[in-house]
Design a protein around this ligand. Structure first.
Ligand SMILES: NC(=O)c1ccc[n+]([C@@H]2O[C@H](COP(=O)([O-])OP(=O)(O)OC[C@H]3O[C@@H](n4cnc5c(N)ncnc54)[C@H](OP(=O)(O)O)[C@@H]3O)[C@@H](O)[C@H]2O)c1
Length: 284
């Protein structure tokens, strides 16, 4: 049995969809915080089980009979290390043959603000003695849809990423990589740096937005403090302001730029270009 946690999330749903093309539905467990949200999957024969990272007893029963588990990193920043530890403990108790985890690019060295929790989780996985596959995901193309929408409305995209490049890919690409690892052989104790085949700058994002919407859009790069001020004035909550500015600093530093081809090699096809994702979301 293959268990996917966070299966009602955006990535989790795509992983389950991909798995359904590879294995019978009855071999898939959607381990979710709110089972009612997965009733459509249950109707298609997927086993739906309650699994809340904050309630370890649910994890124990959700992982019964599990061979492989995909831990999709939680969304509650700041609380994830104990939450993920609970999943690791339950996977160990269930005796799974592989624990895969959605981490972040270069989790061991990254200075991006999301990296410390991923690094701590990776260390906990290694310390558990479980056989693992670390899926160090780069950024999603979809992260830029709201920016592109705002840019199309305002004519300008602001940021402080300078000419830093971003090798993003679509969520579906990362989901396919997870499904490959969960259903194939040869992934024991692996670390994959997964990213898009091509990398774009924020100026490219503005150009792609203009191309798919037909509206002129330019990128305006700002010093970090001016970027933070503009975000605050636009009503962005303070903790997000700091996070967004720190991500742009990491982007400027090239931390999201790698185009290693590991993702396309794993999924056996090119990754989805940013423009295709933007066209699907906001094209005319
Ligand atoms: N690479 C990137 O660009 C990028 C961007 C954003 C996030 N991420 C990371 O990748 C993960 C997956 O991305 P996504 O787009 O699928 O995010 P998402 O749609 O927000 O999904 C997060 C999933 O985590 C589940 N979750 C949160 N807290 C939980 C808990 N206490 N117990 C059980 N499940 C819990 C959510 O459950 P519910 O369905 O019940 O809400 C949801 O299924 C995120 O959680 C985050 O760690 C990566």
């Amino acid at each position: 049995m293959i268990v996917v946690t966070g299966a009602t999330g955006q990535l989790g749903r795509l992983v389950v969809e991909d798995l359904l093309t590879r294995v019978p539905a009855g071999q898939i467990v959607a381990a979710v915080r709110t089972p009612e949200k997965a009733s459509d999957l249950a109707e298609r024969g997927v086993k739906v089980r309650e699994a809340d990272y904050d309630r370890p007893q649910t994890l124990t029963s959700a992982f019964e009979g599990a061979e492989k588990v995909l831990l999709i990193s939680g969304s509650e920043v700041g609380r994830r290390v104990p939450q993920h530890q609970a999943v690791i403990d339950a996977a160990r108790q269930a005796g799974v043959s592989l624990l895969a985890y959605t981490s972040v690019l270069h989790a061991d060295t990254s200075t991006l603000p999301v990296a410390p929790e991923h690094r701590a989780t990776e260390e906990a996985i290694k310390a558990s003695g479980l056989t693992y596959s670390l899926l160090r995901n780069g950024w999603y193309n979809e992260n830029y849809i709201p920016t592109a929408q705002q840019g199309a409305a305002a004519g300008t995209i602001i940021g402080s990423a300078r000419d830093g490049r971003i090798a993003a890919a679509s969520r579906a690409d990362y989901a396919a990589a997870a499904a490959v690892v969960l259903t194939g052989d040869g992934h024991a104790d692996t670390v994959y740096e997964l990213s898009g085949d091509t990398a774009f700058t924020m100026a490219d994002l503005a150009a792609d937005t203009a191309a798919v919407t037909g509206v002129p859009v330019v990128y305006q790069d700002l010093p970090a403090d001016a970027h933070a001020k503009a975000l605050t004035e636009a009503g962005v909550p303070e903790e997000f302001v700091q996070m967004l500015v720190a991500i742009d600093a990491g982007t400027a530093d090239g931390q999201l730029a790698d185009t290693t081809g590991e993702l396309s090699r794993l999924i056996g096809r090119p990754t989805t270009p940013l423009r295709a994702t933007l066209a699907a979301a906001l094209g005319n």
